[in-house]
Write a protein that binds this ligand. Sequence first.
Ligand SMILES: Nc1nc2c(ncn2[C@@H]2O[C@H](COP(=O)(O)OP(=O)(O)OP(=O)(O)O)[C@@H](O)[C@H]2O)c(=O)[nH]1
Ligand SMILES: [Mg+2]
Length: 450
Amino acid sequence: METKLPIPLAILVGIQTPDVDDVAHEASLEELGRLVKTLGYEVVGTMSQKAAGTGSASLLGSGKLAELAELTGGTGVVSTMAPPPKSKARARFEGATGSFEPAEPDPDAARKPEFVIVDHELSPSQIRNLERATGAQVLDRTGVIVEIFHRHANTREAKLQVEMARLKYVAPRMRESSSGGGRQQGAGAGESALALDRRKIRDRLSELKDQLEAVQRDSDQRRSARRDQLRVALVGYTNAGKSSLMRALTGSQVLVEDKLFATLDTTVRTLQPETRPRVLVSDTVGFIKQLPHDLVASFRSTLAEALEASLLLFVVDASDPTYEAQLEVSRSVLREIGADVVPSRLVLNKLDRVDEAGRAALIEKHPEAILLSAHAPEDVSALRDTIIAFFEAEMVDDVLVLPYAKQGMIGEIYESARVLSEEHDEIGRVLKVRGLPSAITRLRRSLAAR
Ligand SMILES: Nc1nc2c(ncn2[C@@H]2O[C@H](COP(=O)(O)OP(=O)(O)OP(=O)(O)O)[C@@H](O)[C@H]2O)c(=O)[nH]1
Ligand SMILES: [Mg+2]
């Protein structure tokens, strides 16, 4: 216990712009707090300020900035003479100004928050200014999300994607912070070392791109093998309950956690009890507001699962007061990746946490939605029926003739369609089948080709 590193302490900072109401502002800071906790930091305070925008040079007004610096032990002014926000240097600096007692008997009591975490995307120079004034390390919402993805990525594909997004996030910030002399390099070496760093980053990015392409070719192949199968994808805001539904629908042991971004990789499992043809269910990475653009782009292939599904189940945590905004975020991300054309059903989850009046309001607002709780087996079974009914309505009946010379294809037919009856005549087997039109077209094509 003694040797464990102390949990980093953080102060959250949010600007409430005129277009954001109090509820949304509170919810956004609360969500940021959960993100920060997911990173393993402890939130020790929150500071918010009303302002016209988030573009001012040091984000906060001078009064608020001084207030914040008081908490973090900084000077409160953006001075170019301020040392870089490295904790040792900062401690030395603070010691010199007399505002810090290094010989505090209880180190925890004197600990100041090491991190200031801002609920908006900041420019590199805003980060630098805030760091100078507060003496703390400053992270913005994007930085926090990129860091969480970095820590949680499991598969090789996710790891490569996240490293790319991270380098793209870090590179411009590196340039800015070094121009202020904040980097620890010998005098005069700054610029060339920086150029070297940037070249390294560029090289690394192109290396990652090649590796990613190879990995993606593999996963594209795996996906195209599932092309004509009945596929449904669970999509939606982070922590909505997608993995919980995945578990309940497929009996798989995917990770369920009361954490943002518990799932970063797509999982595909068969709907249970199994149907004919079987239905594949995909669990996908969750969305969040202000999802960094590079991460959206890099998760395109992970989300390709969603794109190729015949049905999207849009999972929403209906017990969250801001669920409407979350739904809108999910919709816009799906629009961005072009998945808004896939048929979808709205699934309002966590109904066990909504009271009678709330339920009535939900039904009135979303009459077409499926209301349920992932924890209620009867609800999950009704959802399974809905999924099956959706595919039944899409399927068509047809007759396939399988010549005796092509009997090897019988397995493929049984995999892709439901065989209603089988008769034998002089040419071969005559099969009455029911399946998705695309699956039947493909079967016809392979029957003709071989
Ligand atoms: N009360 C209640 N809690 C639920 C329900 N469904 C999910 N949860 C809880 O919500 C939390 C998040 O569930 P997950 O299934 O991990 O959510 P997710 O959408 O997969 O989240 P990410 O993978 O982080 O995007 C967990 O603590 C679940 O136990 C529900 O119907 N009712
Ligand atoms: Mg999940």
